[in-house]
Design a protein. Structure first.
Length: 376
């Protein structure tokens, strides 16, 4: 048994690594992709192009505009004199925010009246619009509190300062609330998924197309030995890719690694076993490599979208939430984010680990049975 498996392992390694371009795709592309995705995939909002429509032009209006500018979130790109010009900036997508200061803004503040400040936000991207509004509200509230304090200081002897409630926030696990820390571990998981699925989904089909399947059929190799011989080399490649992209994530992007490395690699083993089983199952169901590639993407993209990679599963319809229970990527994302960011272990992640431990053998068993049927 071991001699037959060793022969299959040797053949698979030679077949994958003899082509220099394939080695680049397997080992270099995941690193390049995690670098690109690490910079590109972010929900942080910075440098919002801002148009100032200031009809008051007072000391107070210039002060609040300067506070927006100095916050680091807003870049003033233009000052306009009329509303039509401001709307033109928004229509062309050159402005994400129009800061409209109405006439009499400074006089209202001096007189102790409520002064109105209008923020016009491009709501095309609703998520970005909500973040921009929250930034603007915080800046306006800070300015309002400073004005109130100034008023109280001038009447300190006559008026008792009113009580105030101050909210102090503290974020756990991602103290600076950087979206990169949330997405880069997920990118590692999706890249490993794609590499293993692509390699294994074409493994059996390639044997048929190049004419070696008939030679394998007449050998004494068993279906289980054949499946193991196909999966072990790709599992080794997957582990090398995990190490490479993890090193890039930790040392290049400064992603915290708070958990146990051994727990991470045990979880990777269970997840890779699942993706390899799915890939081999696809390979046994397809007749050509083109069919296998298309089928892989039909599986991969829904799995990524329904995994919680970008959209919270709790926001999905109930039926879709039940469907995600069949998605191995859902469980692995919880594991990898928990290990990287929270530093938790099996005592917390055991439900997800158990799910992967069940899915892996089941998919490999189905692939083995399917290959047995093709032999018949």
């Amino acid at each position: 048994m071991f001699e037959r498996m060793f022969a299959m392992l040797r053949k698979e390694f030679i077949q994958v690594l003899r082509d220099p371009r394939m080695k680049g795709i397997v080992f270099a592309m995941p690193v390049v992709q995690v670098l690109v995705f690490g910079y590109a995939i972010t929900t942080d909002v910075r440098h919002v192009p801002t148009v100032v429509y200031d009809l008051d032009n007072s000391v107070a209006s210039r002060e609040i505009v300067d506070r927006f500018r100095r916050s680091g979130y807003f870049d003033v790109v233009a000052h306009v004199e009329n509303g039509a010009r401001a709307q033109d900036f928004v229509d062309r997508g050159d402005a994400g925010l129009v800061l409209h200061v109405k006439k009499g803004f400074g006089d209202d503040l001096i007189a102790g009246r409520t002064a109105a400040l209008q923020m016009i936000v491009d709501g095309t991207d609703s998520n970005t619009a909500r973040i921009v509004l929250s930034y603007g509200v915080r800046i306006a509230d800070s300015y309002s509190n400073d004005v109130l304090s100034w008023r109280l200081s001038r009447t300190a002897g006559a008026v008792v300062p009113p009580g105030r409630v101050e909210l102090e926030t503290r974020a756990w696990f991602n103290e600076n609330l950087e979206s990169r820390n949330f997405y880069v571990p997920a990118v590692i998981a999706t890249l490993v998924s794609l590499v293993t699925l692509m390699l294994t989904s074409m493994a059996v089909v390639r044997e048929r197309e190049i004419g070696t399947m008939e030679q394998i059929i007449v050998t004494p190799i068993k279906p289980v030995e054949f499946i193991l011989g196909k999966t072990v080399p790709f599992a080794v490649i997957a582990f090398i890719d995990v190490i490479l992209v993890t090193v890039v994530g930790v040392f290049w992007f400064d992603i915290p690694m708070r958990g146990n490395t051994l727990c991470l690699f045990c979880s990777v083993f269970l997840y890779v076993m699942t993706t390899l089983g799915v890939g081999l199952l696809i390979s046994t169901l397809c007749s050509t490599q083109q069919q296998a590639m298309i089928s892989t993407f039909f599986f991969f993209f829904p799995a990524m979208l329904l995994s919680g990679f970008m959209f919270p599963i709790t926001n999905m319809p109930r039926v879709i939430q039940w469907l995600t229970l069949l998605n191995p990527l859902r469980y692995f994302l919880v594991i990898i984010r928990g290990i990287f960011l929270k530093g938790v272990g099996p005592e917390i992640l055991w439900p997800q680990i158990l799910a992967l431990a069940l899915m892996g053998p089941v998919t490999l068993f189905l692939a083995s049975k399917r290959f047995h049927k093709t032999l018949a």
